[in-house]
Design a protein around this ligand. Structure first.
Ligand SMILES: [Ca+2]
Ligand SMILES: [Ca+2]
Ligand SMILES: [Ca+2]
Ligand SMILES: [Ca+2]
Length: 351
């Protein structure tokens, strides 16, 4: 009788473990396969490199801005082409120090056909906006406080995408010490953004120094997500198992990228023109490492975005680690059940 009870309890534990490990909602087997591509690497910019892609000279290939730990952002022109990038320093496109732990993100925020810029900052937790007052072939970054995103605490790391398919850019902003990511809906419009907190899009902690990057990784027409982590250097993957107008983030470990040392800062763009997203991950040592997506090319990457081309982002960090709650829970439950059984047994014996 008692053996049957124990067997039943073990069964319940196993089922709970499966449910909690897999999460709610099925994830896709299709999607990216990341293969190191040293030819795309970018030399060190100092510490905690955070790249962001955009075609800054409107010649049809992705260029780069890489921010670093001490708040400076460096421009790189792609002097190769849309299928084979070569990164050449372009000081004119850089941004002077914004503070500490800078992380850039690009989007055309005023719908005038050129990329504007947001740079997340460390101690203030504010994401500072810059309007492109140059043009689509020659950017000039001019501070635009009206577009700033209020503080998320420390270590702000913004990433843009139209998350509700209404034709304007929305935001995710990662945060430093606790590794959380916050959603912001653009409740203004495509030429004048207003950032309104949208808790339904938030993500729980990945540990520390969350650095999000958004792109459609499985070619199903909605944005998926990578979040770089500060201490482990892992970039965690989330598949959008909701829809293009209502995202639901479900962890998909088969898409994640292992350790790059620490302060992982992923940025996504199609670097070889084969129709899928490739990857650059900034790391603490200041380098950015290239990864080619060698998975099966997903058909039609038709993410609804208003302006130029889709693009994506990065992070920095320091303090408190927190281990992911989900993998720990099943073990906790099993330990509690085991203790309960031992006590029950002892109790019976004593009686
Ligand atoms: Ca270009
Ligand atoms: Ca613009
Ligand atoms: Ca939107
Ligand atoms: Ca998708």
């Amino acid at each position: 009788m008692r053996i049957r009870k124990i067997i039943n309890l073990v069964k319940i534990c196993v089922i709970l473990w499966l449910i909690l490990s897999v999460g709610i909602g099925a994830v896709s087997a299709e999607g990216p396969v990341w293969t190191a591509k040293p030819g795309w690497d970018v030399p060190s910019v100092g510490q905690a490199a955070k790249p962001a892609f955009a075609d800054l000279d409107n010649d049809g290939d992705y260029d780069l801005l890489i921010s670093e730990r001490f708040g400076v952002s460096f421009g790189y022109e792609n002097t190769g082409n849309a299928t084979s990038p070569i990164w050449t320093a372009k000081p004119d496109w850089g941004v002077p120090c914004v503070g500490m732990g800078a992380k850039p993100a690009f989007a055309d925020l005023d719908s005038d056909g050129d990329y504007d810029l947001m740079i997340g900052e460390g101690p203030s937790g504010i994401s500072y906006a810059y309007e492109n007052t140059g043009n689509s072939t020659s950017p000039i970054w001019t501070e635009k406080p009206g577009w700033n995103v209020p503080s998320v605490g420390r270590g702000a790391k913004p990433a843009f995408a139209d998350l509700d398919s209404d034709g304007d850019y929305d935001l995710l902003v990662g945060e430093g010490p606790y590794g959380r990511t916050f959603g912001y809906e653009n409740t203004g419009n495509a030429s004048s953004p207003i950032w309104t907190a949208k808790p339904g899009w938030n993500l729980s902690s990945v540990g520390n120094g969350a650095s999000p990057a958004l792109a459609d990784l499985d070619g199903d027409g909605d944005y998926d997500l990578l979040i770089g982590e500060g201490l482990s250097g892992v970039s965690f993957a989330y598949e959008n198992t909701g829809s293009a107008s209502s995202p639901h983030w479900t962890m998909n470990p088969s898409w994640e990228i292992p350790d790059v040392d620490k302060a992982a800062g992923p940025a996504l763009a199609d670097l070889d023109g084969d129709g899928d997203y490739d990857l650059l991950i900034g790391r603490f040592a200041g380098f950015s490492h290239g990864y080619e997506n060698t998975g099966a090319t997903p058909t039609a990457t038709t993410v609804p975005v208003t302006t130029p081309t889709p693009k994506h982002e990065e992070e920095e960090e320091t303090p408190t680690p927190t281990t992911a709650l989900v993998p720990v829970m099943p073990w906790l439950i099993m330990i509690v059940v085991a203790i309960f059984l031992v006590y029950k047994r002892k109790d019976k014996k004593e009686r």
